[in-house]
Design a protein around this ligand. Structure first.
Ligand code: TXA
Ligand code: MG
Length: 317
């Protein structure tokens, strides 16, 4: 087993049988690997193996108390890890496989290491839709804890290059399957007191949750940190970010939307889905640019726009 502090060579393999076999072997040895999901690239390890999960935190340089999302192949497997009520089951059936994470109580014999859930009595679970993550779940037969594959506090990766930007030399393997589709992390929700609470907005919107569950949907109060990863400054690109720009200054890397193009137009047509898929790449480009500041055009708060603006507000702290 490699010392966690020793720099290692990070291998990049295109998605395919060889990459999945290599990744499965590494996960079996307790080493985390970066793998795309339909939202962002994740850094995956066997959630039952506390040393492997500790290596995720070490690679990310993440404060040790953030609970992780556990990925499983199906609702049937999810029900071995967490207790699903009627409403959670309806949501799982409506949106899995897909970009929804459900927070539920741990089962009594839940095999997931407590370090993966940060000692909480609850567990965040999702069934991903991406072929690479699904193949890795199948080949390992393990529940996979996987936070976004970036150093702690940095912008989430939507391309293999983004993973390397902060984790090169810190992880053994990145499976490259091109840019991710959704571009923002999964929606995190829990059912409480006859309502669905959105802990993190994402691709599955409040309207979609309401329709599938038949329950009212609300967000949590800003001061109540239920999802510790939702702390302000989680998405910092490392330079000042100005939001709702009507125009860009010469010293600003402009992230555009609709009629305001800038250096990196998110969507010339003002399409929130296209903008979400490109958002983190734009922030990475802004971070890498020679310009000392970043400015972002105003984005309407409807649908996926709410998730985009949530991430931008944190990037601007
Ligand atoms: O799209 C995604 O969800 C990606 C891909 C890789 O699946 N994963 C991801 O993981 O965004 P991460 O670790 O960056 O974010 C996990 C979030 C954090 O905000 C964490 O606090 C929250 O999930 N979380 C995990 N367990 C929780 C729990 N038991 N209760 C409340 N929040 C929890
Ligand atoms: Mg993250």
């Amino acid at each position: 087993m490699a010392d966690d502090q020793t720099p290692m060579t990070t291998l990049i393999l295109p998605f395919g049988a060889e990459a999945i076999a290599r990744a499965g072997g590494l996960v079996g040895e307790g080493l985390p690997v970066a793998v795309p999901t339909e939202t962002v690239y994740g850094l995956a390890a066997d959630a039952r193996d506390s040393a492997a999960v500790a290596r995720i935190y070490a690679a990310k340089g993440r404060p040790g108390f953030n609970p992780l999302i556990v990925h499983v192949p199906s609702l049937a497997v999810a029900e071995k890890l967490g207790v699903f009520g009627e409403a959670e089951r309806a949501l799982a059936e409506a949106f899995w496989p897909g970009p929804l994470t459900l927070v539920v109580p741990r089962t009594h014999d839940c095999p997931v290491a407590s370090i993966a859930t940060a000692g909480l009595g609850t567990i965040a679970i999702r069934v991903p839709a991406h072929r690479a993550m699904r193949a890795l779940l199948e080949t390992t037969g393990a529940p996979l804890a996987a936070p976004s594959a970036n150093a702690s506090g940095r912008v989430s990766p939507t391309k293999a290059d983004h993973v390397l930007a902060s984790l090169d030399g810190r992880i053994a393997l990145v499976i490259d399957d091109g840019p991710t589709r959704a571009g923002v992390e999964s929606t995190i929700a829990r059912v409480k007191d006859g309502a669905v609470e959105v802990l993190r907005p994402g691709p599955v919107t409040a309207e979609m949750l309401e329709e599938a569950s038949g329950l009212p949907v609300g967000g949590i109060k800003g001061s109540e940190v239920v999802a510790p990863g939702m702390l302000a400054s989680h998405y910092a690109p490392g330079k000042p970010v100005r939001l709702n720009a009507a125009a860009f200054e010469p010293d600003e890397f402009g992230i555009g939307f609709g009629g305001l193009a800038g250096d990196y137009p998110l969507s010339a047509d003002g399409d929130a889905v296209e903008a979400a898929a490109r958002l983190f790449d734009a922030l990475h480009a802004g971070a890498a640019s020679a310009k000392p500041k970043i400015a972002v055009a105003a984005i309407p708060d409807e649908g996926l726009g709410a998730a985009i603006n949530d991430r931008l507000a944190r990037a601007a702290v």
